[in-house]
Structures are given as structure tokens and as C-alpha cells.
Ligand binder design. Structure first.
Ligand SMILES: Nc1nc2c(ncn2[C@@H]2O[C@H](COP(=O)(O)OP(=O)(O)OP(=O)(O)O)[C@@H](O)[C@H]2O)c(=O)[nH]1
Ligand SMILES: [Mg+2]
Length: 192
């Protein structure tokens, strides 16, 4: 979406640490509290990252199971930003006993709003509460799938920054290739 900026949307179960991570990434004054729906509206910040150029990061409202029916529409509306993102940064509270159910719940909502085709990067958060060390995990194709971080202590944040830079570079490459092809097609049209 939209030119040479990588649009990153932070999604995740409520209390996973999205706002804390957003804060740590942008140094913005987002209210982070240990309560449901601390974040009521979408907040976006543009930042420049080493090796990746400009990225726009958006915090979103937390996903929750059995949302009251009256809130479902408003909830989905605030998640619109996720549909248009280049990348979903799926923040997971890795220290939670319910983390697997929470991941499933988030993916279910993403399917419901039509954002399940957007590339996902998992931020395996709160490693300060577990035995895990900061690190980057890749899938069988070599793509970054998961970064282990702590939004609170800042561990792993430089790895997250590099991961985002890698996604930004990949997007920029795709974009310049598409532009070159379009230019080629235009030349062809002119000649024919
Ligand atoms: N120990 C630890 N606590 C964290 C970490 N990240 C966030 N927290 C805490 O987890 C709680 C929830 O964090 P938030 O950033 O508000 O979570 P959220 O995902 O934005 O929550 P909602 O906006 O309600 O969906 C707060 O008490 C944070 O201080 C972390 O890496 N380690
Ligand atoms: Mg929040």
C-alpha cells in the first residue's frame, strides 16, 4: 500500500503488550495499562529505521474472545487499518498460559475482517517473564516469522528493527520491479 512506506499494524490479543511495544518503538506517549481496552482508538506514528527507510506503525485495539455484540462493529471499524497494512506485527504474550488460544482467536478475527492474507510477523513478547532469549526465527523459505522480544526491557528490539528493515527492503524491491514492468509495458503500447 501507499508508495515507499512500509505500513505496519500491531495486532494481538488484549494485554499482549501492543501499546507498550508501540511506545518502545516510537517513544510516543501511548497509555499502556494492565486493563482491558487501554487503547480505544488507532494511533499511528511514522518513523525512520536504519536500512529500511520510513515505516508507519499503527497500534490497534486488543482482540478479545466473546466481545459483546454491541461492540463488534466498532471493533471491526478500528481494525480497518489492519486490512490495508503491508505487515501485521502480531504481538503475543508469550508468558500467558492461554497464549495458543489467544493466537488462534486473533487469527480468527483477522479472517473475519479479511486481513488473513496480509503478511504476519509474530512479536513473541514478554520474554523477560520466561526463559526465552531474544532472537529471530525464520520459516522454511527463509522469511522471518518470529522475533522474540521484551517491550518492557527492550531486549530484542534491535532485532525487531532489523526484521522490519528487511520487510521494508523486500517491499521496495517489489515496487521498483513492478514500476519497471509498467514502464516496459507502456513503451510496448507506444510502439505497437
Ligand atoms: N513483563 C512484561 N510486561 C509487559 C511487556 N509488554 C507489556 N507488558 C505489560 O503488559 C500489560 C499490557 O500491556 P499493553 O501494552 O497495555 O497491552 P496491549 O496489548 O496494548 O493491551 P490492549 O490495548 O488492552 O489490547 C502492561 O501492564 C504492560 O506493562 C513485556 O515485555 N514484559
Ligand atoms: Mg493497547
Amino acid at each position: 500500500m501507499r508508495g515507499d512506506v512500509l505500513n505496519v499494524s500491531l495486532v494481538g490479543y488484549t494485554n499482549a503488550g501492543k501499546s507498550t511495544l508501540f511506545n518502545a518503538m516510537t517513544h510516543a506517549g501511548v497509555f499502556a495499562a494492565d486493563q482491558l481496552f487501554a487503547t480505544l482508538d488507532t494511533t499511528s506514528r511514522k518513523l525512520w529505521i536504519e536500512g529500511g527507510g520510513n515505516i508507519v506503525v499503527s497500534d490497534t485495539v486488543g482482540f478479545i474472545r466473546d466481545l459483546p455484540h454491541s461492540l463488534v462493529d466498532a471493533f471491526h471499524a478500528t481494525l480497518e487499518v489492519a486490512i490495508h497494512a503491508d505487515l501485521l506485527l502480531h504481538v503475543v504474550d508469550s508468558a500467558s498460559h492461554a497464549r495458543d488460544e489467544q493466537i488462534d482467536e486473533v487469527n480468527k478475527v483477522l479472517r473475519e475482517i479479511g486481513a488473513d492474507q496480509v503478511t504476519q510477523l509474530v512479536a513473541w513478547n514478554k520474554i523477560d517473564l520466561t526463559e526465552a532469549m531474544p532472537g529471530v526465527e525464520r520459516d522454511e523459505y527463509g522469511n522471518i516469522a518470529r522475533v522474540r522480544v521484551s517491550a518492557r526491557t527492550g531486549e530484542g528490539l534491535s532485532l525487531l528493527r532489523s526484521a522490519l528493515a528487511e520487510f521494508a527492503q523486500a517491499k521496495a524491491e517489489l515496487r521498483s520491479r513492478a514500476m519497471a514492468e509498467a514502464e516496459n509495458d507502456a513503451k510496448h503500447d507506444y510502439i505497437n
